[in-house]
Design a protein around this ligand. Structure first.
Ligand SMILES: [Zn+2]
Length: 109
């Protein structure tokens, strides 16, 4: 589990990479989906995402960030999403190395 501050940091880091500037980032309980974005650039993420592994978070974050550039799920959207995901998953890339301190308690990732 990460904090919502850390989550927002991740969103901003990825936003820079994608080249978009989300106006607002909100984290709250959402019933039916992981996240949403408004045409005005406001992103909302479900707070259960804080419990998800980084891969899942990055995927959802990138998906929403790309919607700030492409409102649909067209071919451009999908190929960019795949590209950014790959880049963020590749440990040989400049991305941060996973040496975070282990959480206390039961060792969930
Ligand atoms: Zn979408």
């Amino acid at each position: 589990m990460i904090t919502s501050e850390k989550f927002k940091e991740d969103v901003l880091t990825l936003a820079k990479e994608v080249g978009v500037e989300p106006k607002e980032i909100h984290i709250r309980a959402m019933k039916r989906k992981w996240a949403s974005c408004s045409s005005k650039g406001r992103l909302t993420f479900d707070k259960t995402l804080l419990n998800e592994p980084k891969e899942v978070r990055s995927k959802v974050i990138l998906h929403e960030l790309l919607h700030l550039r492409y409102p649909n799920h067209g071919r451009m959207f999908n190929s960019l999403l795949t590209a950014y995901l790959k880049r963020n998953m590749d440990p040989s890339d400049e991305g941060e190395i996973k040496d975070n301190q282990t959480q206390k308690g039961n060792g969930d990732l």
